[in-house]
Design a protein around this ligand. Structure first.
Ligand code: CA
Length: 244
């Protein structure tokens, strides 16, 4: 049962291979989830409304899993997507994550691992639902957490999933310091041994995409020994002239 809503989380399993789907459905039901299984991309899109998470096979008979994921993001932005993939090259994984998948598991997988990943995604989903309805804004940077898109002025930023999460966290706390520990915990979830260096690297890439310089930052200031602050200059802006 979901602690917040009092109902079982609804999982949509999209997998055309019966040999994989059957034990997975049993395991998901055994974990207390409300499971619907479909075998194609079209069926996935038709059944996506209202689900909490989608376990999505990348290799489907009709549509490519990446394309299904992209459309799911628009049709069911509330749903967390866990991609199931036999493709292991990094490029494929990045394409999957850029299409809006929240995480992935590589075949062959252990059921226990998949269930653990799914639990983590659902936990993240439950915590972030209220704040994901709003558009986050600081200076001329806007972040749409539900659509996972971000803009600087009118220009959309092309961010990797981690860069997006870092930016979202910083803009959400604009004007306040976000510690390296908080970034590691919230963005990397310490599922692997993320280090402070990883945070610094992503910050440096993010700054580059924002056209920001660490030496004279307009957006992201390094607070030595603590973390980072996204500057929010609202107070310094002139009030706009009344029109008419
Ligand atoms: Ca398949």
């Amino acid at each position: 049962m979901d602690r917040l809503s009092g109902r079982a989380p609804v999982i949509l399993l999209v997998e055309d291979d019966d040999g994989i789907a059957r034990p997975l459905v049993a395991a998901l039901k055994g974990s207390g989830y409300d499971v619907t299984r479909v075998s194609s991309g079209q069926q996935a899109l038709a059944n996506a409304a209202g689900v909490d998470a989608v376990v999505l096979d990348l290799g489907l008979p009709d549509l490519d899993g990446v394309e299904v994921c992209r459309r799911l993001r628009r049709r069911a932005p509330q749903a967390r997507v866990l991609m199931l993939t036999a493709r292991t090259t990094e490029a494929d994984v990045v394409v999957g994550l850029d299409a809006g998948a929240d995480d992935y598991v590589t075949k062959p997988f252990r059921l226990a691992e998949l269930l653990a990943r799914l639990r983590a995604l659902l936990r993240r989903g439950a915590e972030s639902v209220p704040r994901e309805r709003a558009l986050l804004v600081a200076q001329d940077v806007r972040v749409d957490p539900a659509a996972r898109r971000a803009w600087r002025g009118d220009e959309e930023l092309e961010l990797t999933p981690k860069e997006f999460e870092v930016l979202r966290l910083l803009v959400e706390h604009a004007g306040r310091v976000v510690s390296r520990e908080q970034l590691l915990r919230d963005v990397w979830e310490t599922t692997w041994g993320g280090s402070s260096k990883t945070v610094d690297m992503h910050l440096s890439w993010l700054r580059k995409k924002l056209g920001d310089a660490a030496s004279a930052p307009r957006y992201i200031t390094t607070v030595r020994g603590v973390g980072f602050r996204f500057e929010n200059n609202d107070d310094e802006q002139q009030p706009s002239q009344p029109v008419g």
